[in-house]
Write a protein that binds this ligand. Structure first.
Ligand code: NAI
Ligand SMILES: NCC(=O)COP(=O)(O)O
Length: 332
């Protein structure tokens, strides 16, 4: 029996649960691998009813998932209140949302599940409820560290051969220059090169590195970060034998033909990396976290409150995230 993937429920007011239910309803047609949804069974029954989906839900936990997946959606029950109010931001479900991630990570770390796919969370709602982590990426690193030294989590958005990685992630733009260090860039690219090799099977990854400033600083005339931070990081990485070029002007680096020269492009901040990939592939790009001891993928979109409970959310990115996690863990 195939070991299941773990899926965390995400924000119940968002489209994540809708899409998981809709995909499960098409499991045979799509030949989906077995998965267990870490969430709330009564809420999921109510949401399935609202969407008109004929889905049986079995509260069997991750260990029982493989046995029931063919005829019922396996759920690992989380603690805490979960409301079925599509599109309404609320902190009420925050405990259950966070608990679902914690349980799903624990099941993956202990080998009950083979990889993790996360449904979108509403970061603002969780912050208001006291959540201290900027997003999944950083939270997962802490959970995987299990009290030890956290891994450096690296966010990568991928669509086929187009991959984009931000060095700084969920931080205010005004803080980016202060957070960028040669060490952070070097460590990020080491993780990218390692995981492209070992998780994506790319023998000798080639990485394009963006500058921070317009025109990559124009030789120091439009900012010195390229000369003082990014350039020295590239030199260090090249010395280590990693295939990196840069710093390159970010405005032309993402021109698809240019981008396609590289196995991944490393950008200096969130929007520098994510705007290009969401522009060319919002429908089915995947967010994958590198640098963790577990495989974690996620759709590229968020909670889409405007579509929650309507059945109109596209399942394409979520499906791509499941397929990527399945492929990355196929040997297990
Ligand atoms: N991995 C995660 O947990 C992520 C969470 N978020 C969170 O989601 C919340 C909302 O973020 P937004 O910036 O509004 O982005 P969003 O992706 O939720 O929505 C942006 C636009 O795209 C549309 N859209 C999103 N998903 C769609 C789908 N599956 N099918 C069709 N249309 C879709 C929405 O209707 C909306 O018009 C924020 O709190 C953000 O932090 C955002 C990205 C990833
Ligand atoms: N914009 C991507 C995003 O916010 C996803 O973050 P994470 O929750 O996967 O860390």
């Amino acid at each position: 029996m195939d070991m299941p993937l773990a899926i965390s429920m995400g924000e119940p007011a968002g489209v994540g649960p809708d899409i998981v239910l809709a995909l499960y309803a098409r499991r045979d047609e799509l030949k989906l691998p077995p998965f267990c949804l870490f969430g709330d069974a009564p809420f999921l029954r109510a949401r399935a009813l609202r969407l008109g989906l004929n889905v049986d839900i079995a509260d069997v936990g991750a260990a029982g998932a493989g046995a029931v997946f063919a005829h019922a959606l396996p759920v690992a029950q989380v603690e805490g209140l979960v409301q079925d109010h599509p599109g309404q931001v609320s902190q009420v479900s925050a405990g259950a949302v966070i608990g679902a991630i914690e349980m799903a990570v624990a099941a993956t770390l202990t080998g009950t599940c083979r990889g993790l796919v996360t449904a979108p969370i509403h970061k603002g709602a969780l912050y208001h409820a006291g959540f201290k982590h900027p997003g999944h990426t950083e939270f997962l690193a802490e959970l995987c560290a299990n009290g030890g030294k956290p891994h450096l989590p690296v966010m990568m958005l991928a669509h086929g051969g187009l991959r984009a990685v931000p060095v700084t992630i969920h931080v205010p733009i005004k803080d980016v220059p202060g957070l960028l260090t040669k060490e952070l860039i070097v460590e990020t690219v080491r993780v990218v090169a390692h995981d492209l090799k070992h998780r994506f099977g790319i023998a000798n990854p080639q990485i394009g590195m963006a500058g921070l400033n317009p025109h990559a600083g124009e030789g120091g005339g439009i900012g010195r970060e390229e000369l003082e931070i990014v350039g020295p990081a590239v030199a260090q990485l090249q010395f280590e034998g990693i295939g990196v070029e840069g710093p390159l002007p970010a405005d032309t680096l993402f021109y698809p033909t240019h981008w396609a020269r590289y196995d991944a492009v490393v950008a200096m901040y969130h929007d520098q990396a994510l705007i290009p990939i969401k522009t060319v592939a919002f429908e089915d790009a995947v967010n994958v976290t590198l640098g963790l001891p577990i495989v974690r993928t996620s759709p590229d979109h968020g909670t889409a409150f405007d579509l929650a409970g309507t059945g109109r959310a596209s399942p394409a990115s979520f499906l791509a995230a499941i397929r990527m996690a399945d492929a990355m863990t196929a040997a297990r």
